[in-house]
Unconditional design. Structure first.
Length: 242
């Protein structure tokens, strides 16, 4: 299981911050939720986003990367140090850092870091269920997750579409989302989710929204605020999606 990685990037050098953020966004399954140029905003980002990982420069004015790692640890966020200075490596690994990237680093070296990070995160994450219990009339059905095409919130329940069959889950979409593997399912709207493998094609509407066509014949539009995560889930570059 690869899993989805939510990251923040902290560096007081604008070019270094922009480069690392760009490289991370180009990797499948990685979402940069915040970019910070100094420690105070980084502390706020850690509290607001509770990311899976913080990529921290070490030498920064005010709160440095080593001090920030303590804030990251309280939220169970992994730390990767990114620095031009090698002398802090021993101390960094003593604090439990996943990796220590020395600038300038290559894309291949960053990918090795992400692979190590995924191993760490997967060891923490519970296994996702292979089946969900859903209501079909007066009965409960045990449905294989891989047969689910889409989930649509409606009032106080969720319609679960499996092929041409519609089942009902009497819980919130957010609660169901927490039980599904984020590498297999993506939220495309506050009231809609799809299984990535169920998507046949995507159309960009004049409004800038995305229209998804599923193999079961469904057509679902995506919300504007969900466009980036949908594009990443489908492996579409920013240039292709513009």
């Amino acid at each position: 299981m690869n899993g989805h990685i939510r990251a923040i990037v902290v560096d007081d050098e604008p070019m270094a911050l922009a480069r690392l953020s760009r490289l991370l966004r180009e990797e499948d399954g990685v979402e940069v939720v915040a970019e910070c140029a100094e420690g105070v905003s980084a502390v706020a980002a850690l509290r607001a986003h509770c990311p899976d990982v913080a990529f921290l420069d070490i030498r920064m004015p005010g709160i440095d990367g080593l001090q920030l790692s303590a804030n990251a640890a309280t939220g169970d966020t992994c730390v990767v140090y990114v620095t031009a200075h090698s002398e802090h490596a021993v101390h960094a690994f003593e604090t439990g850092a996943v990796d220590y990237l020395l600038k300038p680093f290559t894309v291949r070296r960053l990918q090795a870091t992400l692979a190590r990070l995924r191993e760490r995160l997967n060891a923490r994450r519970p296994a996702f269920p292979e089946r969900l219990s859903l209501q079909a009339g007066a009965r409960l059905r045990s449905v294989p997750v891989q047969t689910i095409d889409s989930l649509i919130a409606s009032a106080n329940y969720v319609e679960v579409h499996c092929g041409h069959e519609r089942l009902v889950a009497r819980e919130t979409l957010t609660a169901i989302e927490a039980r599904l593997d984020p590498s297999q399912f993506v939220r495309i709207h506050r009231s809609r989710m799809v299984r990535i493998g169920a998507v046949r094609d995507m159309e960009i509407l004049p409004s800038g929204q995305y229209l998804l066509r599923l193999h079961n014949g469904q057509k679902l539009s995506g919300g504007r605020s969900y466009r980036d995560r949908l594009r990443k889930a489908l492996g579409i570059s920013a240039s292709e999606a513009s």
